[in-house]
Design a binder for this molecule. Structure first.
Ligand SMILES: C[S@@+](CC[C@H](N)C(=O)[O-])C[C@H]1O[C@@H](n2cnc3c(N)ncnc32)[C@H](O)[C@@H]1O
Length: 269
């Protein structure tokens, strides 16, 4: 099993990699998932809503535009700075907090809804993350997650990516397990009443594979040093072959509907 020191090192590496990303262009691409999750959780004016692993605050922005009081949190300080600049520029009233999902600095039962789009799923201790999401939620409130799974285009993409990344400590579950309904049910056991898990799709649309590759490289988490050129090329070649298998377009553009799991769970009253 991973030690606390190993987990802390893993979180630090991940946080710094997100800090180095030029994230906003990728965040814009994830907006459809934020809209779907906010709608599925019936977020409405007057509610207090927490966006966890908020990036540049898509969920918080959609919730604030609905008239909710939105708080956005992310463990990467640069993401929080980018998110704050974004919501200010959009004239939205969002409170920003630097915080990891496994240790949320909010009192018990504060929020009406606690939502995370492709954020909380990356915490190395999922049981701890689940317990924190529900702890800060009022009884009867709703936890919503958009989670990538180990299936379809995105599952294969993460399988390849893992082979090019440093190994994670023993006993840290794959983030994509959050896309599996049985795993979600087990992790929410005793925390949630009814849990619903639905498959949705995120539209990846690009003029070409090169445009897609450029966005993922620029806006995804970045290692401290650029990897050797031949390694980058090998990764690009592998991703290209996954894209070719899943691409529905035949004119040189990219059109992939990437499956994810949309989770809605109500806290026991
Ligand atoms: C793929 S981005 C998604 C961001 C945003 N939710 C969106 O939809 O655009 C993942 C985000 O989760 C954050 N993150 C990853 N692990 C985290 C953790 N353990 N605690 C808090 N935030 C985390 C990263 O800093 C990054 O901003």
């Amino acid at each position: 099993m991973a030690t606390e020191a190993e987990l802390a090192e893993l979180r630090k590496r991940s946080r710094e990699a997100w800090d180095r990303a030029d994230y906003p262009p990728l965040g814009e691409r994830l907006m459809p998932a934020a809209r779907e999750l906010v709608e599925a959780c019936a977020v409405s004016a007057g509610q207090e809503v927490l966006d966890v692993g908020a990036g540049t605050g898509n969920v918080a922005a959609v919730a604030a535009a609905e008239g909710a009081r939105a708080v956005a949190s992310d463990f990467a300080p640069e993401q929080v700075a980018r998110g704050r600049a974004r919501t200010e520029a959009e004239g939205l009233d969002v409170e920003w907090v630097v915080a990891g999902v496994e240790d949320l600095p909010f009192e018990d039962g504060r929020f009406d809804a606690v939502l995370s789009v492709f954020g909380a799923m990356f915490a190395p201790r999922p049981e701890r993350a689940a317990s924190e999401l529900f702890r800060v939620l009022r009884p009867g409130g709703v936890v919503g997650m958009a989670n990538w799974g180990d299936r379809g285009f995105q599952g294969e993409f993460f399988q390849v990516l893992r082979r090019y990344q440093p190994p994670v400590p023993d006993g840290v579950p794959l983030p994509v397990l959050w896309g599996d309904e049985a795993v979600v049910q087990e992790r929410f056991e005793g925390l949630a009443g009814r849990v619903s898990v639905e498959t949705r799709t995120l539209p990846w649309r690009f003029g070409s594979f090169e445009e897609m590759g450029e966005l993922f490289q620029r806006s995804g988490p970045r290692p401290p040093e650029p990897p050797p050129e031949e390694q980058v090329q090998a990764l690009i070649d592998e991703v290209r072959s996954i894209v070719e298998r899943h691409n529905q377009a035949t004119d040189g553009s990219v059109r992939i509907d990437a499956e994810y799991s949309l989770v809605v769970a109500r806290k026991r009253g």
